[in-house]
Design a protein around this ligand. Sequence first.
Ligand SMILES: NC(=O)c1ccc[n+]([C@@H]2O[C@H](COP(=O)([O-])OP(=O)(O)OC[C@H]3O[C@@H](n4cnc5c(N)ncnc54)[C@H](OP(=O)(O)O)[C@@H]3O)[C@@H](O)[C@H]2O)c1
Length: 441
Amino acid sequence: MSETISLRSMDSSHVRIGVIGAGFVGGAFVRSLLDPERQVALVDAATTTLEIVGVAVRDLSKPREGIPAALLTDDAVTLVTRDDVDIVVELAGGLEPAKTLIELALRRGATVVTANKALIAEHGTALAQLAHEHEADLLYEAAVAGGIPILRALRSSLAGEKINQVLGIVNGTTNFILSKMTQDNVDYDAALAQAQALGYAEADPTADVEAFDAAAKVQILSSLAIGTALVGESISREGITAVRALDVDFARRSGYVIKLIGVVERAGEHGVSRRTHPALVPIDHPLASVHGAMNAVFVEGARSGPLMWLGQGAGGEATATAVMGDVLLAARNRVSGRHDIPFSVDDRLVSVDVADLSSVFYISLDVIDEPGVLAAVAAVFGRHKISIQSMEQNGLAHDARLNFVTHEARTSDVTATLAELRTLAAVESIGACIRVIGGEA
Ligand SMILES: NC(=O)c1ccc[n+]([C@@H]2O[C@H](COP(=O)([O-])OP(=O)(O)OC[C@H]3O[C@@H](n4cnc5c(N)ncnc54)[C@H](OP(=O)(O)O)[C@@H]3O)[C@@H](O)[C@H]2O)c1
């Protein structure tokens, strides 16, 4: 059995779709495409009729609300290699078997739509090339920031713009945790527990809190904003597990909010820096007001100036809207016999080592409260030519702290400073070293 969206008086073209995965996103996508109230609008947007011919899952015995049982199969390979499947929608996730299934589909000229950020970040350039060789499309709008249509904006609307910087809050879980820490004055563990209880964080939150997920999205944003290849090159990655309630409090008192940001930035003529890390964001920066599980992408174009997109970066329904947009574009392309050419990769670009970048830093030291400590610490900063913008001292005895905000300093100099500070008997530990975005206060 298959499900066809009823035809108004259209031409004889007809697009058949095979879906891999019926979880949060796949289930929402299939239900949306089969919704009788949406059929006329979808046929109009696709310029053709659309038919779901199969939905592959792992476990056929699970209940699947709104998905006819006759569409379900546990044989994804047969579904993607069927001659009559024009578009394969991969919503299973993970590297394998997703990559093999996508390659099988592309090799016979089927279009592939996917939301699989991990796979695209690692193998996107090769898969896009494979698609091109077989005159097919590979579309993945949903892979970054869920329901926010940022990739097409970069690829199409901003295609003629020189993009100097992209800053993104592209992981809802970490933004939820940091927002909770800010609003409720709770520490990281309590905020994570709340995120898990509310379904915003997985039982194993590593991919989110250690910024693997955000790094994959930075890869993809960078490819479209600047022209870097999608080849699984590692992005400088720092997560949020070390952020303390004390740091959030310092930020609040100083006019900042702490966010996990993904950064794509030009550095010099052919340099590019791609990284994820927590950052103190000035409260008047547009990203500072992005709360809870929301995502946002801030783009600085040479001529366009600042631009920002805000919205739901996850959730089955929101993400499925981006998948649907790709499917409709793919259907129109198939009807008109065209396909997108892959984005161009700029071979001259070189990754700049994060150690060579300069930034303002917030540095917090746990120290022993005794005379001479401040002078000893200041001497270390001075030896490494790190100049201090502001300093505060609080706590007593073994709970004493020194909080510094530096002027612009080279990361390698800051790293050397911290290494020397660790050798001082009066410094018990380095509590925090977090970049401040927005430059000098
Ligand atoms: N959830 C979000 O908010 C979100 C946002 C943006 C992007 N994405 C991306 O969207 C994709 C899907 O995410 P999701 O949250 O919908 O995942 P999910 O709820 O875990 O669903 C995955 C689906 O894929 C099926 N599946 C897994 N391996 C399979 C295989 N080998 N053959 C056939 N079916 C297989 C599963 O079958 P069973 O149901 O039988 O287990 C399940 O239906 C991922 O790439 C994810 O990164 C998700």
